[in-house]
Each structure stands twice: as C-alpha cells, then as structure tokens.
Write a protein that binds this ligand. Structure first.
Ligand code: HEM
Length: 476
C-alpha cells in the first residue's frame, strides 16, 4: 500500500527550506489543488500527511480517533498539548476538563468575567469619540488575560504583577513562533547540539518564567486563598496525584499554568477582534445584533455614580440566537488556528486505500474547511444568518460530521472550547450593548491576515466608539 500522493523528498525539502514556517499555508493550498485533499510532504524525519477534506477529517479524528491522537515528541514543555497520548495526558486533560471546564465550575467564575468586562468597558470609555479611532486589540487581550490570570492563580493582582506575567508569557510565545525554535522543536535530540545557542536562549526564557510563576504558585498553595470563592486552576494542580502517587513539581505546574494562559488569551482576543472588525464593516449586522440584545435585556443604562457600569447577565446570553450565530460565523470565517497542533499516527493504518505509517505526523487544513464552497454558500461573505437554520443548533464538536473545526475534533479537541465560546459571546454582547462601533472617516477595515502563532489581522482594527447610553439620553 502507498502513502497518499505528494511531492518527492527533494521537492518537499526544497519547499520546507525556502518557505518560512509561519507562511507555509499557501504552499499547502497549492499542493492540495495538485494532489487532492489527502497528500504527503516527505521530510528526512518521516512523512507528514495533510488532510483537507471534511469527511476524511471526521474519519481520522472522530471515527478512528484512538489511532491518531498522539503528538510528535516535543521537548518544549510539560503540558497537555504536547503530552503523548497516554495516562499522564489523560489525567491532566481530565483535571482541566472536570475541575475547570465543567459547566458548574465555569458558572462559578461569573463574577470574574463581570470584573473583566468592567475593566474593559472603563478602558474603552477613555477612548470614546476619538475621530481617528483607536487600536482595539490590546484592550481585548488585556481584559481576557486578566480574567485568565484570575482563573489560573485565584488572584486579581495589580497591574504591574500582571504585566510581569504577560511579559514572560509573551517572550516565550513569540519565540515558539520563530523559525529557530521551530527547528529546535522539530529535531529535539540533535537540535540541542546544533542549535546550542538557541537552546540556551530557550532555557533562559524558561528560567525567567519560573522566577515569576513559582513564587505565585507557592504563595497560593501555602497561604490562605486570597480569593477563596474561586477555585483556581493552580489549586486543582496542587491537589492532583500522578499515576505513581506523586505530585506535580513546581516546574510542571508552571508549564501547565503557562499553557492555560497561552491557550486562552491570543486565540480568544484574536477571535474577538475579527468579530468586532466584521461588525464595524457591516453596520447592518451590528444593528441587528444590538436589536436582539435590547429585545432581551432592554436598552443600556447609565451606571450609578461611583459604581461600575451595568453589564449583561450571563443567563440572558442563552436567549440571544443571533449573537451565537455571529460568534460562530466569526470562527468559521477567521479561525484563530489555521491548522491543528500536529497529531501522530500511533499504529500503521489504512485510510481511503492509502497507508498511514506508524510515527507519521498528520495535520488538517482547518481554515480551508470553513471556506469550502461545496459546504458553505458564499464562503467569503460574513453571513451569521447561515447559523440560524436548524433552530440555531450547530455541532461545533463535529461529533456527527465536520463542517468546520476551529477547535479541532475528537479526543484532542480543544478542552477550552465552551469557555472560549462563552467569553466571546459575553464580551461581544457587552461591547455592542454599550457602544456603537464604527469606522473612522476614510478608514477601511482590512481583513488581510498575518500569522503570529495565531492568525491575526495584518492591520489591526481601528475603531471609533460612542456610548449608546449617551445617545439614548440625548434622544429622550
Ligand atoms: C477561540 C479560542 C480558542 C481556539 C480557537 C482554540 C483552538 C484550539 C485548537 C485548534 C487546538 C488543537 C486541537 C488538536 O490538536 O486537535 C486546541 C488545543 C488546546 N486548547 Fe484551545 N482554543 C481556544 C481557547 C482555549 C482556551 C480558553 C483554553 C484553556 C484555557 C485552551 C486550551 C487548550 C489546550 C490545553 C489544548 C490541548 C488539548 C490536547 O492536546 O489534548 N484553548 N485549541
């Protein structure tokens, strides 16, 4: 049996060497056009198989998921995303899923979300009515990061401590996206020798992160909890017992907390920026959404002097079908991850008459699937209405069939998907309820993309905002 078709080893190596890993997607799209939705890129380190069809993705990730849920060996971190498919991965993933992402636990963080939205609104109020607009994404990232830091460590911290955490997180994130660290991750054994300078730089960044994180973790574990009403992710890690009866080390907890912050910040802030960019670009969709929100919770109200601004109750989000459709359409049209994290074939298996050898890596053209004209009508258009069919019910997990997969599918599907969807709905609803979002004069919303670990707007959104409360006061 043969491998799926694809360019020769020589041609594949040429493509890998002459294109940046951060800009490899167009190369893969061309290969898909030439070889079909299942093709192989040969590397000196084994075949890498790419999947660009919905039905094959479903067969591989869901129906035959047990054979495709391993990860290639990464040295980079101790965490869930890079763990081999086995007892440690299962334990860590189950801990996150049941101790933090369980619906009841997610509900228990509602006051943390309210606090984060207040922070965002008060920062945005300072930017109101600027004729030239302002760059919004930094404010989104800041609010989401503060929320995740609170969920992770159980403490609100002051701005300077949060900046310190953000700095060491970002340093590592940007490095992970760099070519040299990518090479080091791909060839860990020889990489440590060949790229010894990069390895030292990497170790330095890890030390920097540990210097900031370890005291926070220790004081949380040792002291009476500073926010006792919140069970933080780190509390669940401290209580965890490994299969051999041991406990996680501080270094391991740093890896897991760091993954929690990385996994949820740029992905969610980026998706929020894409959604708001489309609402600025399409005022009709924004007004339809605003009308839905007002029909459920009434018009925005002025807050009491000295108190935080009123915000939408989370329970009310359930009644907002169009809001859900807007969020799903944002994730379809602009998925923050255009590929999954690489999967590894655990045991030789046949798919579609081709051989998938043990140890081959496999990935999926996520973005292409959301834009396939055979599945989506006018795929380049932003049309939330498409998600209102079927009573607004859409299977984002792809368990019965995959139409798009912004969070992946199967056993390795993103464990934070419910939390991310809630964060997006809650932030979008509050942002549109409070402010009218528009493009500054002469500004055109540019939907070009750039790969910065997640896929972000190449030219970040500049928006002009005005408080809807003030407008209502003015009209009455
Ligand atoms: C819009 C927001 C998000 C998007 C688009 C997203 C997307 C993804 C994708 C595509 C994967 C890879 C799945 C695979 O390899 O098969 C993933 C994995 C993961 N995500 Fe997310 N994610 C988001 C938010 C979050 C949040 C909020 C958290 C936690 C706080 C999180 C934690 C993780 C973890 C731990 C994994 C690794 C799962 C494993 O290997 O078993 N993500 N995510």
């Amino acid at each position: 049996m043969k491998l799926p078709p694809g360019p020769s080893l020589l041609h594949s190596s040429f493509l890998l060497l002459t294109n940046s890993p951060l800009n490899f997607e167009p190369v893969l799209i061309n290969l898909k056009a030439r070889y079909g939705p299942l093709f192989t890129l040969s590397t000196g380190f084994g075949p890498s198989i790419l999947v660009g069809s919905h039905s094959l993705a479903h067969e591989i990730l869901v129906k035959k998921g047990a054979l495709f849920s391993d990860r290639p060996k990464f040295f980079i971190n101790f965490n869930i995303s890079t763990a081999s498919y086995g007892p440690n991965w299962r334990l860590l993933r189950r801990n996150l899923a049941s101790e933090v992402m369980h619906p009841n636990r997610i509900k228990s963080y509602s006051s943390a979300r309210k606090w984060a939205v207040h922070i965002l609104i008060s920062r945005l109020l300072e930017q109101e009515n600027q004729a030239a607009g302002f760059k919004v994404v930094d404010h989104f990232r800041h609010a989401i990061f503060r929320l995740l830091v609170l969920m992770c460590f159980g403490d609100k911290f002051d701005e300077s401590r949060v900046d310190e955490i953000a700095k060491v997180q970002r340093e590592m994130m940007l490095a992970v996206g760099s070519r040299r660290i990518t090479m080091l991750a791909m060839f860990p054994g020889v990489g440590k020798i060949l790229f010894s300078n990069v390895w030292k730089q990497f170790e330095k960044m890890r030390d920097n992160k540990e210097q900031v994180f370890v005291p926070i973790i220790t004081s949380r574990i040792e002291s009476a909890h500073s926010e006792p009403q919140v069970v933080a992710y780190v509390d669940t890690l401290a209580n965890l017992r490994l299969p051999d009866g041991g406990k996680l080390t501080h270094r391991e907890m740093v890896g897991l907390c760091s993954e929690f912050l990385t996994g949820g910040t740029d992905s969610t802030a980026g998706a929020l920026q894409w959604i708001m960019a489309n609402l600025v670009k399409h005022p009709r969709i924004q007004s339809k959404l605003y009308d839905e929100i007002v029909a459920v919770v009434g018009p925005p109200r002025k807050g009491v002097e000295g108190e935080p601004e009123p915000v939408i109750n989370e329970e009310d989000l359930e009644k907002m079908r169009y809001l859900k459709a807007v969020v799903l359409e944002g994730l379809r049209r602009h998925p923050p991850a255009h590929f999954l994290l690489p999967h590894k074939v655990m045991k030789e298996v046949e798919v579609e008459g081709y051989m998938f050898p043990q140890g081959a890596t496999i990935n999926f053209l996520v973005s292409e699937m959301g834009l396939d004209p055979k599945v989506w009508d006018e795929p380049m258009e932003f049309k939330p209405e498409r998600f209102l069919a079927n009573d607004g019910v859409f299977d984002i997990n792809g368990s019965k069939g995959i139409k798009m997969m912004p969070f992946g599918a199967g056993r390795r599907i993103c464990p934070g998907s419910d939390l991310a969807l809630l964060h997006l709905e809650y932030f979008v609803a509050n942002l549109v309820w409070h402010f009218d979002w528009s493009a500054p004069d002469g500004y055109h919303v540019d939907l070009d993309e750039k790969n910065e670990f997640t896929i972000v707007m190449k030219n970040p959104l500049q928006a002009q905002i005005s408080s809807r409360v003030e407008k209502i006061k003015h009209l009455s």
